[in-house]
Design a protein around this ligand. Structure first.
Ligand SMILES: [Zn+2]
Length: 99
């Protein structure tokens, strides 16, 4: 008689604590907090808020006022920013809308 042991390793995606769906692209669980988004792409979270304020990112707000950023739009925006950056190198200073 043979006893087989299956070892299964599960890599879990660290989900945000809040389940949210992006209204624009209808993706569930692709939302992260502004702080997580900033950490992910290594920018100041104020830049994330600026992009939200200027409607360059998909976002949602939970009932308790937590701002969530759509990862799809974030990645899309990063791709565009990178392209812009490459065509106009040295002019990449961001303006902080909050003053
Ligand atoms: Zn989206």
């Amino acid at each position: 008689m043979t006893i087989e042991t299956d070892q299964v390793f599960v890599i879990r995606w660290r989900r945000p604590r809040v389940r949210a769906r992006c209204q624009q692209c209808a993706e569930l669980d692709k939302m992260v907090t502004a702080r997580q988004a900033a950490a992910l792409i290594r920018v100041d979270s104020r830049l994330i808020y600026h992009w939200v304020a200027t409607e360059q990112l998909h976002f949602a707000e939970t009932a308790d006022g937590l701002l969530l950023i759509c990862l799809n739009s974030l990645l899309d925006h990063m791709t565009k920013e990178k392209a812009k950056d490459e065509s106009a190198r040295g002019k990449g200073d961001y303006v902080d809308a909050s003053g």
